[in-house]
Design a protein around this ligand. Sequence first.
Ligand SMILES: *Cc1c(COP(=O)(O)O)cnc(C)c1O
Length: 424
Amino acid sequence: MDHNLQLFQKAKTLIPGGVHSPVRSFQGLDRPPIFMNKGQGAFIYDHDGNDYIDFCMSFGPLILGHGHPHVTHALHEAIDLGQTFGTAEEKSLQLAQLIIEQISFIDKIRFVNSGTEACMTAIRLARGKTNKDKIIKFYGCYHGHSDSMLIEAGSGLAQMGVPSSAGIPQSLVKDTLVCNLGDTAQLESIYSQHRDQIAAVIIEPLPANYGLLKQDKSFLLELRRITKENNSLLIFDEVISGFRFGMGGFSHKLEIEPDLVTYGKIIGGGLPVGAIAGKADIMELLAPTGPVYQAGTLSANPLAMQAGFATLTQLTPFSFQKIKENADRIIQIFNLWIKRSHDPIVKKFKIVQEESLFWIHSSNKNPKSPKEFDPNMKKDFKHLFDLLIARKIYISPSAFEVGFISLAHDEHVAKELQNRLESH
Ligand SMILES: *Cc1c(COP(=O)(O)O)cnc(C)c1O
């Protein structure tokens, strides 16, 4: 038996499904997950030393690439001073200041350990601020795995073919109202049915957890208007999009200001960090100044803060420009490969791109909502995944996960991609 298979057999005896997060299991792809043990730049390496061009990039945090020397050096420096203090400290201040100075709608920020925690806290804060209970989310958007957000959520669940999770109390389900993306009429109708009960609307302004479902700006402007008129908060979940399209994330790109924003992924530079941020009058409601409780043993630990700061300080306008150029070059190569292919399934694929985020799908036209997905997408994706893995190109292992391009995916990597695609 090969080494990878041995590892997977062992993993399954120790860990449910052999993985610590479901999408890593390659479920539905009829093959065991590949155990990786090293990442460098745009490449990830398995136990046999095979190098794959990585377009998953740990699902988003590694915008500078694997093991960027500046981040690695900063981490070495931090570890020499200890792992965690559980006290007030200075490292989080430089990261907080950097963010607050550059993002127009943020006065205060609090760091937590994951995107899930950030969204969970944002919702509690919205309820605390408005004294209302209900939250509106959108079908297909993912906001982490807290109970009230695991309703009609993203790809890991879509992959398993279940609309939500077991273990969620009915009493909670009634407070999460689900609307279709892009459907302003439905949103208005939910508001009229539950007048004065809606604490917040939460959305990924660029939904990227169930395909890449670009929304019309007019729809997002409607969200801003409706929430304001009804004294609800608008929460933008920028866990994926934050710091990917410039420091101001997708909010600045849209020129729409949410009341609260959540971050994760890039903000920790590959270490576990999440954050919730917004105007002072809302943020000050958090304990210890306010009545909304939130805490964390390892929140803002110096290693994570140092990795985040090292990452964000490398994200200059020049780097963002480079990342965009890298992405355009790579998408062009993929598109050309699709166009020239004689394989009828490959010919069906289309790529939705938003700068360094992309999604390869086989629906007829680019969907704006999961309702528009082609029923064959999972089957087609499996075919694509097999073709790419055989060429040592690693994409996120689900039809509904997006791809990530980093600063490290430069012209050399693009050339290598081209060679690998043409190699069969
Ligand atoms: C990844 C993600 C989360 C959850 O973050 P974790 O760090 O995995 O808990 C929440 N919202 C969005 C939009 C995400 O992409």
